[in-house]
Design a protein around this ligand. Structure first.
Ligand code: C2E
Ligand code: CA
Ligand code: CA
Ligand code: CA
Length: 279
């Protein structure tokens, strides 16, 4: 196994070593997808549990396969892109296309904002800042309509550089979320070192929250810590109304999951959000 440092994250939804195919299989496919724009962005609503409306949408990447209708999930190719040094290009593609998407929305959707996933490898490279800045400037998109989600990986061996990059991107007006909080080995170091606005609690602590008392203790503690640090909390993998009520009891700020809406090619309107669950 890859043991470059102690911060390697293993979880089942995004497996580190793709079992189906090798790096040699995916690398040319990723290169070609970059050259031919064979990627697709999906948007999943993130709901503000207090204001009872959509807060923003998370951007989720897919690769378009060769066979008609063949859509490949990021767990298959993102880890390969990270290992093969292609992740900077993938992340830049996502950033540019997400900003373009915002730029082309009609005026009445000018309040819509997006959360973009970035590999922590992206922060080891100065070009990320330039990519974000140039694209925002050329499209006139308000930087406050953009949030970035960062996940713990072994790539962050240079906390100082990552921190500096986050500070610079935040200075533009963009927000940051710490994704998969609690799932890795270094969640608290990340929280200590990186200036983020949101803590996104890993779905594994959320899914069974209604019945699991350990999860309740953990999630309540995270909410307390977040409040003391002045950060908002997001729960992912929210799949039913009972869970929504539990999250509201505990005082989670935002929630995302199949209950509210699946990732889709178009923006799901706020009117489709089940309000009964929120009362
Ligand atoms: P993540 O950022 O933790 O994203 C959440 C994953 O949970 C997504 O999987 C989403 O489709 C899925 N999900 C949403 N609602 C539910 C639910 O109610 N229940 C369950 N069980 N799952 C739900 P997806 O789209 O396959 O993405 C997997 C991971 O790939 C993401 O995890 C993220 O780490 C990475 N990823 C996705 N898009 C990008 C990207 O553009 N760039 C980079 N660097 N990584 C990306
Ligand atoms: Ca995410
Ligand atoms: Ca997550
Ligand atoms: Ca994840």
């Amino acid at each position: 196994e890859n043991g470059r440092n102690m911060c390697w994250e293993y979880n089942d939804n995004d497996s580190v070593l793709s079992k189906r195919h090798s790096d040699a299989y995916w690398t040319p496919l990723i290169r070609r997808a970059l050259l031919e724009s064979k990627f697709l962005l999906l948007y999943q609503p993130v709901v503000d549990l207090i204001q009872e409306r959509i807060s923003h949408y998370e951007v989720l990447l897919r690769m378009i396969g060769d066979d008609a209708g063949d859509i490949i999930g990021p767990a298959e190719f993102i880890p390969v892109a990270e290992r093969m040094g292609l992740i900077h290009h993938v992340d830049a593609w996502v950033v540019e296309n997400a900003i373009d998407f915002l730029a082309t929305l009609p005026d009445f959707m000018g309040h819509v904002s997006l959360a973009v996933n970035l590999s922590s490898y992206a922060f080891q490279d100065q070009t990320l800042l330039t990519t974000i800045k140039d694209k925002l400037e050329s499209t006139w998109v308000d930087p406050r309509r953009l949030m970035f989600e960062i996940t713990e990986t072994s790539a962050v061996d240079n906390f100082e550089q990552t921190r500096n990059m986050i500070v610079k991107i935040r200075a533009l007006g963009c927000k940051f979320a710490l994704d998969d909080f609690g799932a890795g080995f270094c969640s608290f170091s990340y929280l200590k070192k990186f200036p983020v606005d949101f803590i996104k609690i890993d779905g594994q602590f959320i899914q069974n929250l209604v019945d699991d008392e350990t999860d309740q203790v953990l999630v309540k503690s995270i909410v307390e810590i977040a409040a003391k640090l002045g950060k908002k909390t997001i729960a992912e993998y929210v799949e039913n109304a009972a869970l929504v009520r539990k999250l509201q009891d505990i005082g989670i700020d935002l929630a995302q999951g199949y209950f509210f809406g699946s990732p889709s090619r178009t923006l799901q309107p706020s009117s489709t959000i089940s309000i009964e669950a929120l009362i």
